[in-house]
Structures are given as C-alpha cells and as structure tokens.
Ligand binder design. Structure first.
Ligand SMILES: *Cc1c(COP(=O)(O)O)cnc(C)c1O
Length: 375
C-alpha cells in the first residue's frame, strides 16, 4: 500500500461536484475581488465560529495566514521595541507575524501538549511586553483560560494563531467550552490548502470582536482605503479573492464532518499504535482537538521515517528548525541549547498521515507499519 503524508485530492474528490459548480459560478459572474462571495463567506465563517459560543465575532478575509498575523500585530499597535511572548516551537510564520511590523519575539518553552505554557509567561514579561501570541499548534487548543488570566493581570493583548485549529474548543474562565479565535483580541486564520479549512490557493483572515476592529482590517487590506481613492493609512493589498471565498463556503458546509473524521482517525491511532519507541501525543482534558496533525515523537527519527518510507508510508516533520535557530532570526542572537525542550522536539517529532478521505484500511496499514518498527 502507498500512503501519502497528505493527499489533497481526497477531500476534493469527496465533494468535487460542489466545488466545480461553485468555481464555474464565480468565473461566470464577472466579479473577482471583494464581492458577494467574500461578504457571504465572512458572515458564514463568523457565525460558525460564534455558534454555541459565549463570545461572538466578526470575520474579515485576507490574503494569507501570515498577512492575518502581521496585520493583526500592526493594528494592535505592535511596533519597534515591543515584545510579544510566543512558544519557541511555533511555526516560523508566527514569528514573522511579530517581527514584520517591528516587534521582537520573547520565546518560552512549550508545555507537554506542544503549546504555549501559561506558567512560563510571567517570567518572560518585561516592561516592553505588549502581547501574547497563542498558537494552537497541530489543532490542539492552548490553555486559553490560564493564558487570558495572565494577560488580564498584566494588561497584555492576546492574539490567537488559529491557522491549524479551525473549530477547536477549550474551557474559558467561566468553565464553559469556547471556540478558539474568540478568546483574544484577534484570531488569525490561514486557509492554505493543507489547513483544516483549506482553500484551493492562498487565503486567510481574522476574527475580531467589534465592528470598529473589523472596519480597520477591511480598510487596511485594501490600500488603507474605505472609499475608493481616499486612503486613510498606508495599508496593504491583502484581499481574499472571490473564487477562494466561494470554494471556502462550499467546504465550510462540510467542516464539522471533516473535524469529526480526523478525531475518529486520531482516536484509533491513540488506542492502536503500541510501540515503546514511539511516543504518542498528549491531549488536554476537556477540549475539542481538531487534529490538523498527529505528531508522535521518537528518539530514532531517521530510522523511523526510513521504515515508514520503505513500507510506502509518507511522513513529515513540523518543524525541523525552531525559529530561534533559523537563519532568518540569527540577528536575535539566540544560540543552540537555549530552549532545550523546543530543540528536542525539533529533533524528535514526526507527523503521521491524517487526512480527510483516508480509508480505514489505510489507517490500519499505518498502525501495523508503526507497530512493526524496531531498531
Ligand atoms: C500555515 C500557518 C501560518 C501561515 O499561514 P499562510 O496562509 O501559509 O501564510 C501561520 N501560523 C501557523 C501556525 C500555520 O500553521
């Protein structure tokens, strides 16, 4: 059997007719930027995020997840000299979201769930700290109850990176389940094709809590202009296009089913993968995980990935080089050994195939191949 690390053709095939119909409809409409599809998608995605939720949000479409991140930092006032606390094992785009508008990342080690450790935040606070960037990594929500408490105590902004966590839920301060992207000041989303709500090209956007904030993002994404040719601020061209928005509306109709399917696969992996050389991911109690990735750890990664490949199973590494050791951030002056937990994760993590449309035979095969791994 041959199983790709990720297979984007599968989720497409599940609803191919619906996507093809919508694509034709948009192509034939003669309107391709900032029209009906974007407006409808923004309203529908906001209401999906707000459904059964103590907090409701508005949503603004943008061109990518990275744009969502850096524009959010910029519009929350992060600039030269400001520090933003972020888990050191985050994706590099998270850190770029901080540094593009001029901020500096203040890295902290992650907790056992691979997420920002609320207990590490206070020791990283300095007089320059302005915000916390909570990245819900691999689809597992951060402990937002604890993070929001520290943020309130120290009057810090909170930005959530929900690029891997569309529809994840976790407890709030009142002990109720709440959807990620509705806790902080801004929730940043990516619709890159591999993401839980993936487009057929680039896309992204932000969830915000007031019409005023939504208006600021709408102005910024369109050259800082509310009225054509009247520019209020130096903005960007960061518009979600009509074709992607239309296709995202189709996929949004099926996202609950996709999230449930990946939960079913994850449960099977968690109960049936049994190999002392392979450590399974830890899941927090009382959360809804959306399993963007199923990430195991092994001290024998090279041999493990070779064993998988020899048996036709693809795997990926998210991520092999932590941002503090990336060339892009050499100017920050970090060194090897500074964040040992993060660096160990970078050398041990492996993402297994877990995608929409994966058959149960394929899941069984992946489990068998892993259970046969030995050195
Ligand atoms: C994918 C991703 C981004 C960047 O999104 P793009 O749409 O690719 O720019 C940011 N943060 C996280 C956690 C991501 O997974």
């Amino acid at each position: 059997m041959k199983i790709l690390a990720n297979d984007l053709k599968r989720p497409f095939d599940l609803y191919a007719n619906e996507y093809e119909q919508k694509a034709l409809e948009v192509l034939r409409s003669g309107w391709y930027i900032l029209g009906k599809e974007v407006a409808e998608f923004e309203a529908e995605f906001a209401s999906w995020l707000s459904k059964d939720n103590p907090e409701s949000v508005e949503f603004v479409g943008l061109a990518s997840g990275l744009d969502a991140l850096w524009i959010a930092h910029k519009l929350l006032g992060i600039s030269e000299g400001d520090e933003v606390i972020v888990a050191a094992n985050s994706y590099i785009a998270c850190v770029m979201g901080i540094t593009i508008p001029g901020g500096t990342p203040a890295f902290v080690e992650p907790d056992v769930y691979h997420n920002l450790d609320a207990n590490q935040i206070e020791s990283a606070i300095t007089p320059k700290t302005k915000a916390i960037l909570a990245v819900h990594l691999y689809g597992q929500p951060c402990d937002m109850r604890a993070i929001m408490q520290v943020a309130k105590k120290h009057n810090l902004k909170v930005i959530e990176d929900c690029a891997q966590c569309h529809g994840g839920r976790t407890l709030n301060e009142m002990g109720e389940m709440q959807t990620v992207g509705t806790f902080g000041d801004v929730g940043c989303f990516s619709f890159y094709p591999t993401k839980g709500l993936g487009a057929f090209g680039d896309g992204g956007g932000v969830s915000v809590k007031s019409p005023e904030m939504a208006a600021k993002f709408k102005e910024f994404r369109n050259y800082g202009s509310k009225v054509k040719y009247q520019n209020e601020v130096v903005g960007a061209n960061s518009r979600l296009d009509e074709l992607q928005a239309g296709l995202l509306r189709v996929k949004l109709n099926h996202i609950d089913e996709f999230n449930e399917n990946r939960n079913t696969i994850a449960k099977k992996y968690l109960s049936e993968i049994k190999n002392p050389l392979v450590e399974l991911p830890k899941v927090q109690d009382q959360i809804y995980h959306v399993w963007h990735q199923f990430v195991v750890q092994t001290k024998h990664r090279e041999e493990f990935i070779k064993h998988l490949a020899d048996n036709g199973v693809g795997a990926m590494i998210h991520y092999p080089i932590p941002p503090h050791l990336s060339n892009a951030y050499s100017y920050l002056g970090h060194r090897v050994g500074q964040f040992p937990i993060t660096e160990q994760l970078a050398s041990e993590v492996v993402s297994l195939p877990i995608y929409d449309g994966m058959t149960s035979d394929e899941q069984d095969y992946v489990i068998d191949v892993i259970n046969e791994f030995e050195i």
